[in-house]
Design a protein around this ligand. Structure first.
Ligand code: COA
Length: 263
């Protein structure tokens, strides 16, 4: 049995560890499939309210798609390359982006290629002061394929993204913070506690409200504002009949802390 992805749940937080440290947690097909399966399990587990994603070992969050494996796929031509490699990677980042529980990347080291694309796709990211980022696909004679040409320009702006995409040069956590790729930089040893603390600040709220905000923001960003406002209305309308909304309002009016059931 492969253990390319580890899951450990504590205090309603699932810690997912990308676990190929001797390959700098390169994303081979097995790891991607296991990550998708882990998300399926977490999605339906009402006891889990947030996800932290990190990398095993001292060096890497992830050094990106497994170059040896996808080189083999590329040799079979465009149809196979799109089906087995591109769609698989794009499905992974899209699933992370649309996940209805907050996903926080705890970037513990190198986040190159697909590792950077995961960081772009998740909802929140905290980096160790030892992290390093890069969009190095250009060095391989190719463009990024797991959403890396689409999400970074939306996050950082077109010219900042194009500089990173076209040069392939590595960049620091300070630069990642400046361009909006991560939320914070912390000393290496404080990375997981900081990610847990951030998750805790979200977990005190209604999981239904959390999910509706993630969906409205994620879908809305890729729409014209009129359509985005429609998504916002729909998300609010879906909350109106819930106990959580009644509880949140009653708790405020009654000057007491809320206690949410997630219903
Ligand atoms: N795919 C497959 N294997 C990878 C990998 C990747 N993306 N990144 C690292 N590895 C493997 C290496 O092959 C090596 O395995 P080996 O010891 O069996 O040969 C191991 O991980 C350690 O990497 P190594 O290259 O020896 O470390 P380094 O410190 O010399 O260099 C990097 C680190 C990140 C600069 C270098 O590994 C690299 O360029 N990786 C590819 C990054 C990339 O282009 N990602 C985008 C892919 S689309």
């Amino acid at each position: 049995m492969s253990d390319a992805v580890l899951i450990e749940t504590k205090d309603a937080i699932a810690l997912i560890t990308l676990n190929r440290p001797d390959k700098l947690n390169a994303l081979n097909y097995d790891l991607i499939d296991r990550l998708m399966a882990a998300l399926d399990t977490i999605e339906t587990d009402a006891g889990i309210g947030a996800v932290i994603l990190t990398g095993a070992g001292e060096r890497a969050f992830s050094a990106g798609a497994d170059i040896r494996e996808f080189s083999g796929t590329v040799r079979h031509g465009p149809n196979t390359a799109i089906r087995d490699f591109v769609r698989r990677g794009q499905a992974m980042t899209a699933r992370l982006e649309a996940f209805r529980k907050p996903v926080i990347a705890a970037v513990n080291g190198l986040a190159f290629g697909g590792g950077c694309e995961i960081t772009e796709a998740v909802h929140l990211a905290i980096a160790s002061d030892r992290a390093q980022f890069a969009k190095p696909e250009i060095n391989l004679g190719m463009p990024p394929t797991f959403g890396g040409t689409q999400r970074l320009p939306r996050l950082a702006g077109r010219k900042r993204a194009l500089e990173l995409l076209l040069t392939g040069d590595a960049f620091s956590p300070a630069r990642a913070l400046e361009i909006g790729l991560i939320n914070a930089i912390v000393p290496h040893d404080e990375l997981l506690p900081a990610a847990r603390q951030l998750a805790g600040r979200i977990l005190r709220h209604s999981p239904l409200a959390v999910a509706s905000i993630i969906t409205a923001v994620t879908r809305g960003l890729n729409m014209a504002i009129g359509e985005g406002l429609q998504v916002e209305s729909e998300q609010f309308a879906a909350m109106v009949p819930t106990s959580d909304l009644r509880e949140g309002l009653a708790a405020w009016i009654g000057r007491r802390p809320p206690s949410y059931s997630g219903h």
